[in-house]
Design a protein around this ligand. Sequence first.
Ligand code: NAP
Length: 279
Amino acid sequence: MAEILDGRKVAERIKAGLEERLSGLQTSPKLAIVLATDNQSTLAYVRMIRKTAEGTGMEADIIDLGPNTDQNAFTDKIKALAEDSEVNGIIIQTPVADGLEIDEARSLIPPGKDVDGANQLSAGRLASGLPAFAPATAQAVMEILENYDIPLSGRHAVVIGRSRVIGKPVSQLLLSKDATVTVCHSRTVDISLFTRQADILVAAAGKTGLVTKEHINPVKNTVVIDVGTNFKDGKMTGDTDFEGVRDLAGAITPVPGGVGPVTNAILLRNTLEAYLKQK
Ligand code: NAP
């Protein structure tokens, strides 16, 4: 039976470290979260980030532009936040309203305030092996592996998904730790051929139940990190059939309670890092 990799515990450890570092500061680091939607689950999610920030003694402002905002108002707001010396980190919460060009807005976030690694420059620097903020979810995967002392060098990491937010950056972060990385995506023929060879399996496809016990090789003790955050019958699920996979894997993150809480803590830690560099 797989060991459960508890994201909540990892997040608590990060937040405890943050609180200690924050206690020595004169002012609070500030994160600005820009919304342009009326999507209720997005609103609930950003309120949770704000609550977590406040719990650690940081500020998080939600700037709610609403679903009817136009491109100029959207980009003007990002430009204003970019210039505001009181704001240390900026994130644009997706999804944004239809018709808004998010890449233009992302490109306006200065890399030093780009605490969720959304700017194209941050992505390019990460891919080039240069210092940059990586997307917080990709960092969260690495943080869980590190917290549980899971060796990466020379091991085979299989990533399902190649998105800008998770699949690509997590593949680059795993490579930077000397793992051998295979990336699967929707056109991969028979992902189980690859997943059964995995020492580490990162599932980030956004498909409930995609990874079943047939994808796990029982002799490999595979460490499964389930990034998926999907909803089925009103219940949050990951990309793995948790019960089936748990029987054969070496370790697994639950959903909820795995990557999600760690991602939020990383966003705050990145905001503190940004603040310290800006002082
Ligand atoms: P995305 O942009 O939709 O990308 C999904 C990726 O999975 C794509 O590369 C896609 O391949 C691949 N894929 C889809 N179906 C597949 C299949 N049947 N077999 C193999 N690959 C398949 O999604 P995302 O933004 O990366 O998010 C992925 C999941 O992570 C979602 O459930 C999302 O909610 C979750 N998420 C979690 C957190 C967190 O903090 N826990 C944060 C962000 C997102 P193609 O490129 O070929 O289309």
